[in-house]
Design a protein around this ligand. Sequence first.
Ligand SMILES: Nc1ncnc2c1ncn2[C@@H]1O[C@H](COP(=O)(O)OP(=O)(O)OP(=O)(O)O)[C@@H](O)[C@H]1O
Length: 590
Amino acid sequence: MTYNPDVHRQFSDFFENKTLSPFLYLLSKRFSDGHICLDLNEINPKELKEGDFKNADLNALKNVDLVGTEEDYQPFILWKNKLYMQRYFHYETTVYQRILELIQNEKGKQSEIESKLKSLNGDIATLFPPDTLEKPDWQMVAALSAVFNQFNIITGGPGTGKTTTVAKILVLLLRLDSNLKVALAAPTGKAAARMAESLKETAQKDTMNINADTKEVFKNLEPSTIHRLLGARPNQIYFKHNKDNTIPHDLIIVDESSMIDVALFSKLMDAIKPSAKVIFLGDKDQLASVEAGSLFGDLCTAQGKLNFFSPERAQFINSLMPDGKTPLSEGNIQENNHPLFQHIIELQHSYRFAAGGNIGVFSRAIIDNDVSSIESFFDNHAPDIALDFDYDDKILTTFAKGYHDYIQESDTKLALQKLNQLRVLCATREGEQGVYKTNQNIERYLQSKNLISITGTFYEHRPVMVTGNNYELGLFNGDIGIVRKDETGKLRVYFEDADGNLRGIQPAFVTASETVFAMTIHKSQGSEFDDVLVRLPDYGENAILTRELLYTAVTRAKKNVILQGNKEVILETCQRRVKRGSGIAERFEA
Ligand SMILES: Nc1ncnc2c1ncn2[C@@H]1O[C@H](COP(=O)(O)OP(=O)(O)OP(=O)(O)O)[C@@H](O)[C@H]1O
């Protein structure tokens, strides 16, 4: 067989089956774009007319020995006109079945839960005081739903109060069971630590009005990555916790769920005990995981419009709604048999951006591809959103002045905090506006100011991002450190661990890492900065440029965004959507 440098061709050729080959080629391509399966209904015939692929025959596919149906254990599974690799079909099946099992376990407990919630009337009134919102307080609705449901999704844009809602859910659940065993997890250690920190801060607020015992529970909450919660072990591919040895916690709260790929989603769902409650938090509009799958987003859209309730549930929620809040109305009522009905709540009001903030308005315009709203930012200079269509070098150097602060900060812990207040986010790695070039330009600028001296790969003050997991060193993909001298003058890369302690590691051990004045938008998922400079390439027609990508970049900023990109590229980016093949929504339709 002749060697073909195209990995997708290598994969398809490996099975030496002429009927299967064209479809495996496409499956491999889709998979590397994050799809779980190849949707045979969505094949563009042009895709198949390459080289030897002229004779692809869709009808013959089901007769190939290597292709089985959902009952079989063949390398490939054909299900509802979707072609899967066996393992990925199994992951998707597990996610579906475990969600369904949790939802089925809820049956028959409604009136018992209603009585419990009625007994918490006073707490509910304190936690959800009257407001001036014109819509129902979806935070309150999400909290009550989480008392009813074992499976929950709470989705919302930045600052819509996902963490605040979870804090209030915890208060209610702890009132009902003070021994509740709670786990906090996220795909990255940073995101998990941020959620725990934010929950602890929320618990301190007087408006929460919680007693000393509950405060103590909040204080002792320990964040962990999903991998650690599952019991990842060095050099082993299987987790300690699985269907036969479930995670012991009664309540599992998972943040940044849009970043969870299908394999991890399935392993997590498999390891949740049948009596436990799980709450997935995230933003359905954000970029999906780097690996295959966009399950969180797919689940959020599986039943159509969100925030609808049965007449009985709506009436019950309204009965607990304190005066001065907008009740659920006719417009929120529906009869629906979809298994996910009433299990997914979308928080719609951004508290962070409400007060005249443009980041919220701009990011909404991007995700809705609202061209006139996007264009209104082209003409008006909003204080917190600046657009540069000409890729002015001065904008990059002015932004890079923000990096002076961390370099001049002698306290390494404070320096790390200052470094993480700003970031350049690039859509691509390569090219004039890509990560590599941007990092080089910033280094050149800082060197010209004598703030850094590039003496080698690990020069003093170099900001470093880890790009792979190293369990022995306790370093994980996405961890950020700074190169500094230790007391003996030797260079070390300093990281802050989960307990806030600094650790200096010899540069030679931090092999999988890169400079991080600029990072890709993909890598920035789960992080937030005060100020962000977003750089789109100056040419369009790039499949990576999607509205989800730009939305994710813009919503990383808490205070200010500068966007560099020409008008055509910005508009074209907002037109393109991320589309990932998966069958999860169809499974729930059965
Ligand atoms: N009901 C509310 N009333 C007043 N302020 C609120 C309310 N809910 C949230 N906030 C405030 O809005 C801000 C964002 O809330 P929170 O951190 O809970 O949102 P989030 O959705 O978790 O944000 P992130 O985008 O960081 O995930 C916080 O300052 C919080 O105190």
